[in-house]
Design a protein around this ligand. Structure first.
Ligand code: HEC
Length: 197
């Protein structure tokens, strides 16, 4: 078949070899050849799909997104465990050092904005949860008391234990941020609760 024969024919109602196969209500269906590029793309897609199926499903050689994610996640968890081991056990000194690191405090501010402001208000000025910027504390405000408060929460008072949800490094970062806002007495804050320092 010459390329000329393949060129799409125009509908011509008067020509005997018109490619019209169907006409309804003035709408004409033609019997033209499909463009070659279209046919090859379709065949290519079918061959690719077969290969994809064999590789990822039948032979299970390749990692599907979920398996790839699980592998990546496990590597991240291991890397975080390494980082924490290098950083050492939580001590008041470690938390105070983190509080002096502007990058960590900024990271903690982001975590606080995402997870804590709903209850503790902008900048920690208090809402449902107590004001974290005044001098009154229900559970104490030394670094380890704050760490314990965030990590273990107060489930009976509707504050969940954040340690698991945030992971260790992010828990420490948000504690560093809370230490940094302690005593800033944000204007319009919630009335003091508790009396511990
Ligand atoms: C669903 C609401 C809620 C969320 C979200 C929440 N908290 Fe709380 N938080 C509370 C309540 C309520 C208390 C008071 C517990 C009590 O009365 O014993 C509290 C207490 C605290 C305390 C101890 C305050 C004190 O006076 O001793 C700290 C510190 C604290 N939250 C930090 C955080 C941080 C950091 C986050 C985010 C990671 C957070 N909270 C998220 C409700 C919440």
């Amino acid at each position: 078949m010459s390329p000329k024969d393949r060129a799409p024919k125009k509908p011509d109602r008067d020509s005997p070899d018109s490619p019209i196969v169907h006409e309804y209500d003035g709408i004409i269906e033609l019997d033209n050849q499909l463009p070659r590029w279209w046919v090859y793309t379709l065949l290519g897609a079918i061959i690719f799909a077969a290969g994809y199926w064999l590789y990822f499903h039948s032979a299970a050689q390749g990692d599907l997104a979920s398996r790839e994610y699980a592998r990546w996640h496990a590597a991240e968890v291991a890397a975080e465990a390494e980082r924490l081991k290098a950083a050492g056990e939580v001590t008041p000194e470690l938390l105070l050092t983190l509080r002096k690191n502007p990058g960590t405090v900024e990271q903690g501010a982001g975590i606080f904005a995402e997870n804590c402001v709903t209850c503790h208000g902008d900048g920690g000025k208090g809402m449902v949860g107590p004001n974290l910027t005044d001098d009154a504390w229900i559970h104490g405000s030394d670094p380890m008391a704050l760490y314990k408060a965030v990590r273990e929460g107060f489930p009976e008072k509707s504050m969940q234990p954040w340690g698991k949800a945030l992971g260790e490094a992010r828990t420490r970062a948000v504690v560093a941020y809370v230490i940094s806002i302690k005593g800033t007495n944000v204007a319009g804050g919630k009335a003091p609760q508790g009396d511990k320092k």
